[in-house]
Ligand binder design. Structure first.
Ligand code: PMV
Length: 322
């Protein structure tokens, strides 16, 4: 029986969150914690999903009704990706999809986008269809917009292309940035954040203070472009300072929390060159960079401040057939 296994990396936002939703740049890196997914033939004309990590032992939907009716949120990205695929490529074969993530969805590493990219890549492989990265990005981004309505697509780009990327809203720019390995520490705040709620929170602020928020986005964009140059030169000192300044703007946008700030300050006091929240804010993870000599102290400081250090390496490869 034909069985395809694919994997796609999770991601971490380095700089530029929120501004990137509103026509600006960000820097994102793919991490070596991957979503793995297998896809096999299913004799019935249905989509079967097994995703034990989110409590789905057996979900089944007839091909005729895929994408319609009630869709549990745990399978929404998978079902909509399958639906878009069969509509786009006019194929109607039943499949069974099983997910095996290497990371918990609570970290905010982009499990939904990684799973979407995996489903589309596995389906094209299964049906012997060639798909280039741009087409894969465009299809997966459509799925994300269908399911969650909002988002820049940066997480999809990381899952498809891997590496570290300069990204512009909706993938208008997706540019690989080469650098030495980022001396990165990641601390989970213990709180799961909801990205769409935070995007709406920032939009509400923008409705009230449009000039201030717009100029904040522009300032963030400037930080991102300088950080890109610093990254290419492996100039961690400049990169770290820009991270700290970016955190200041995220405070202004109202998306940091006391817990994130305490992890960020703990990291800085332990010698981090730069520390900021990563992603939508409201919880999830903070990131820090530091010299090799300080990394251990930064880890300890984050743990002592109540964070959970998650060991990751940046610039992981993009979607791969295993
Ligand atoms: O919550 P995360 O890690 O998926 O990051 C969201 C980043 C935003 O800029 C707020 C949204 C987006 O899609 O770019």
């Amino acid at each position: 029986m034909k069985k395809i296994t694919v994997s796609a990396p999770g991601k971490l936002m380095l700089l530029g969150e929120h501004a990137v939703v509103h026509n600006h740049h960000c820097l994102v890196t793919a991490v070596n914690k991957r979503m793995k997914l297998s896809l096999e033939e299913n004799a019935k004309s249905s989509l079967i999903v097994q995703a034990n990590e989110v409590g789905i032992d057996h979900y089944e939907k007839n091909i005729q009704t895929v994408g319609k009716g009630d869709i549990p949120k745990q399978v929404a990205f998978i079902e909509q990706a399958f639906n878009l695929f069969i509509e786009t490529y006019k194929v109607e074969k039943g499949v069974k999809i099983t997910t095996h993530p290497e990371f918990s969805s609570k970290f905010g590493f982009g499990s939904s986008s990684a799973v979407t990219v995996c489903v589309l890549k596995a389906l094209t492989e299964f049906h012997s269809i060639n798909i280039d990265n741009r087409t894969l990005f465009d299809l997966a981004y459509k799925v994300v917009l269908k399911v969650q309505g909002k988002g820049s697509g940066f997480d999809i780009a990381a899952a498809v292309y891997g590496g570290t990327l300069l990204f512009y809203t909706a993938g208008k720019i997706i540019e690989p940035i080469l650098s030495d390995p980022l001396p990165l520490v990641v601390g989970y705040s213990g709180i799961k954040a909801d990205t769409v709620t935070l995007i709406k929170k920032v939009s509400a602020l923008s409705n009230q203070y449009s000039d201030v928020v717009e100029s904040t986005y522009e300032s963030i964009d400037k930080l991102v472009m300088q950080a890109k140059d610093a990254l290419i030169k492996n100039d961690w000192s400049t990169f770290g300072q820009l991270m700290n300044m970016n955190q200041g703007y995220l405070e202004l946008l109202g998306v940091s929390t006391g817990k994130l700030s305490s992890l960020i300050y703990a990291a800085r006091e332990a010698g981090a060159i730069g520390a900021k929240l990563s992603g939508a804010g409201g919880g999830d993870c903070m990131i820090a960079i530091g010299s090799v000599q300080t990394l251990k102290n930064i880890n300890t400081a984050i743990t002592n401040a109540g964070g959970e250090v998650i060991p990751v390496e940046a610039s992981a490869p993009g979607v791969t057939i295993e």
